[in-house]
Design a protein around this ligand. Structure first.
Ligand SMILES: Nc1ncnc2c1ncn2[C@@H]1O[C@@H]2COP(=O)(O)O[C@H]2[C@H]1O
Length: 756
């Protein structure tokens, strides 16, 4: 019974007690004994309730065999669990929500056997136990795998509304089963819900006794859930159990009903066989088990595994909070996995870390190891000596225990609904209803589908385009003369750069196409920067194909940059690059350079062949009236072939150059990474001014990218100009200042773009 809240442990006082004298020692011993007794009581109640739940209806005759399997699995499983868990004293218990799914598995197999004409209760019971064992084994295997791969936290990816709704639905199933077991009636709620077949509802079966039992069951369930929350003491829950036990037995005695009559009337659970509960393990019937029986129930087995995993994580996390200790969740999964594999031999229901029993042993017994061993010893004794006294357990108490779990789960759903936004509440309620009406498997599938949908919708809202800039705002690293720069400023808007982000798929990729369509007016180059994306799927490729078609219609180019190798391969395989309008470029700068070159040529520029004669350039920039003849005595003209080095980083400087024609790349030598291109500079710009002005060494290497013409002035020439033509020298100094200022502001523009 996992839904009952416990009070916070008083571990410190228990710890000091051990160091104090005999009286404290005695007190402590009593607390440990009480802890074990209460824990055994809770575990037995679980055991009886779950065996009633799984071996219901036509399987009732196999209930004793089921109980024996559960008990044996618990005892042996606990030993394995104790051996493998290391972090804290954790108690094993059956997973309630898993028992609900396992009940459906048992019913499924029983139905198939009945259809196949297998009616012998003994055989049916054994085969159902094997099916339970197989599903528990599958749970164990997944537990062990998750724990070994340390992947258990992955399961937390399930959205909270889906989880809360699903558990709420399981809660409703618990309520239904609780009423069914406690009242000893054929599922009255299910019959009510099955209104399509009113004949299934047989009011004649609900007699006054049944109504009284249902009322008592609900009462016990409510008390077992609410009283420990109101009176936060470890003794509250055991008191509820003992009082219920007393009420039913006093009632029976008062009305003069014998135990046998009480059992026959449905007030007490049916007699359990006297003597030892030890039996050959269910695995013995494996050979007689037709594996085809598993085919129709595999979705239920899958649901069981997922439900068990989720419940385990929820319990571990909540107990970690309560006992303020870190429980190694992956190790717990490995231990529970091995436990379930052992339990599966006995046809057990899925087991795992027990929230309530662990907290009881901590809160009452101070977390002493003896509490665990005492609990285990009593359970083993019941298995060996016999559990017939358990038949004295009133049905309303077993049912009430299930009701308390159900209320707990619904309570959590209610809490969740108070904090969730409206649409998440709607999702939780849909999953809850699907689980309650169509069973845990369907409910879970609905939940997973909704989870995918929620994720898709929420992720889609993030938007694929993080930023959209124009080519006027985001320029390449090419330094251009004033004319070309001005032309680009005007035409730059015809380039658009979209910085894409995240994962591109059907819900967000279409936005790229739509935006391109809206901005296609006079678009000339569209650059899609993939640097911040993490991947794309085939639906995103469809969107890019449509962008390619748009590019063809409206006459623009699409450049894809910063694609990682996987995306590059995906795009090539998809044949996207066969489209002449879509091209891949390595870097954004490369694409920007290409876009700027296209725009400049189309705006009437001469492209790389552009010429900027020095004297004319000075006149344009400074309004000077000096002609070529004024400068000629101080300048030397040099022609460079493509690939020639104009200056090398680290060299002593003796001259600066004005680039009249061609393209020069400015590169920096980075140790271990070779030459990295800093900038590209074109006609009408100055190179080599830094070292000459500072009197130091070259800060970068300059290499001609195309045939170039430069005019140079060396240090001696400058000194001579200052002496002979101070007016010319002054203009030249102003020109240099302008160039340096231009480079700084240009570098700032690049830096700003990087910082965005
Ligand atoms: N970040 C830069 N931006 C523009 N030009 C540069 C940059 N770094 C170096 N240069 C040019 O490359 C030249 C290398 O020699 P100098 O250091 O004399 O002068 C340098 C500048 O003209």
């Amino acid at each position: 019974m996992e839904a009952v809240p416990m009070t916070t442990p008083d571990l410190t006082s228990a710890g000091t007690a051990s160091r104090a004298g005999g009286r404290e020692g005695l007190l402590r011993g009593a607390r440990i004994g009480a802890a074990a007794a209460v824990t055994v009581m809770v575990l037995l109640l679980d055991l009886i309730s779950y065996s009633q739940l799984i071996f219901a209806g036509p399987l009732a005759e196999s209930r004793a065999a089921g109980l024996s399997g559960l008990l044996a699995a618990y005892v042996l499983g606990s030993l394995v669990f104790i051996a493998l868990r290391r972090t804290a004293r954790i108690s094993l218990s059956f997973i309630g929500a898993a028992a609900i799914v396992q009940a459906a598995i048992a019913a499924g197999v029983a139905g198939q056997l009945e259809a196949a004409g297998v009616t012998d209760p003994e055989t049916v019971g054994q085969l159902v136990l094997v099916a339970c064992g197989v599903s528990t084994f599958a749970t164990g295997l997944v537990f062990a795998l998750l724990g070994t791969l340390r992947a258990s936290l992955l399961v937390q990816l399930l959205p909270y509304p889906v989880l809360a709704g699903f558990l709420g639905g399981v809660g409703l199933l618990f309520l239904r089963s609780g009423v069914q077991i406690g009242g000893h009636v054929d599922d009255p709620l299910a019959a009510l819900l099955r209104t399509v077949d009113p004949a299934a509802l047989d009011p004649g079966r609900i007699d006054a006794g049944a109504l009284a039992r249902i009322a008592l069951t609900l009462g016990i369930g409510f008390c077992a859930f609410y009283l420990p929350r109101i009176v936060r003491h470890w003794g509250t829950y055991p008191t509820v159990i003992l009082s219920s036990l007393a009420v039913v037995h006093l009632g029976l005695a008062w009305t003069g009903t014998s135990v046998a009559a009480g059992q026959a009337a449905g007030w007490l659970i049916e007699p359990l066989p006297a003597g030892s509960l030890l039996r050959p393990p269910a695995i013995g019937s494996l050979m007689a088990f037709d594996p085809h029986l598993l085919l129709p129930i595999w979705p239920k087995i899958a649901t069981l595994v997922v439900v068990a995993v989720i419940i385990q994580i929820l319990y571990v996390v909540s107990v970690e909070l309560e006992i303020r200790r870190d429980l190694d969740i992956d190790r717990m999964f490995v231990a529970s996995g091995a436990t379930n594999m052992v339990g599966s031999l006995f046809g057990s229901s899925a087991m795992g870390f027990g929230r309530t029993s662990t907290l009881l042993l901590h809160n009452i017994g101070g977390g002493h190891w003896l509490g665990w061993w005492l609990t285990l010893a009593v359970m083993a004794a019941l298995l060996i000596v016999g559990a017939s006294p358990l038949a004295l357990l009133p049905r309303p108490l077993a049912g009430g225990a299930l009701i308390a779990i159900g209320i707990g789960l619904l309570f959590n759903l209610n809490l969740a609904c108070r904090t969730l936004p409206g649409w998440e509440i709607a999702i939780a309620l849909v999953v809850c209803a699907a689980t309650a009406f169509f069973g845990a498997t369907t409910g879970f599938l609905v939940g997973v589908l909704l989870a995918i949908l929620i994720f898709g919708v929420q992720y889609g809202q993030i938007g694929a385009i993080r930023r959209s800039l124009s080519g006027a705002e985001r320029r390449s690293s090419v330094i251009r003369g004033p004319d070309a720069a001005a032309r680009l400023q005007e035409a730059g808007g015809r380039t658009r750069i979209y910085t894409l982000q995240g994962y591109l798929f059907f819900l967000n990729a279409q936005a790229i196409y739509r935006r391109a369509g809206a901005e296609a007016g006079d678009l000339r180059v569209l650059i899609l920067d993939f640097r911040e994306t993490v991947g794309l799927d085939s639906s995103a490729l469809i969107a890019f194909r449509k962008v390619g078609q748009l590019a063809e219609q409206r006459g623009f180019d699409v450049l894809l940059v910063h694609l990682d190798p996987a995306a590059r391969l995906q795009i090539a395989r998809n044949g996207l690059t066969a489209d002449p309008h879509i091209r891949i470029r390595d870097t954004l700068d490369e694409a920007l350079r290409e876009a700027e070159a296209t725009l400049l040529v189309e705006a009437g520029g001469a492209g790389p062949g552009e010429v900027a004669v020095f004297a004319r350039h000075m006149a344009d920039r400074l309004g000077s009236t000096f002609g070529p003849d004024d400068f000629a005595p101080y300048l030397t003209v040099r022609d460079l072939t493509a690939g020639a080095t104009l200056m090398r980083q680290g060299e002593a400087a003796d001259a600066l150059y004005f680039l009249e024609q061609g393209v020069v790349s400015i590169e920096m030598e980075v140790p271990g990474r070779g030459n990295l291109r800093l900038r590209t500079t074109t006609a009408g710009t100055v190179i080599g001014e830094i070292a000459l002005v500072q009197g130091g060494r070259r800060t970068a290497t300059a290499i001609a990218e195309s045939p170039c013409r430069v005019v140079g002035i060396d240090r001696a020439g400058l000194a001579r100009m200052e002496r002979e033509r101070p007016d010319l020298a002054l203009t030249f100094q102003r020109f240099l200042m302008l160039e340096l200022a231009g480079k700084v502001s240009d570098t700032n523009r690049l830096l700003e773009a990087e910082m965005l």
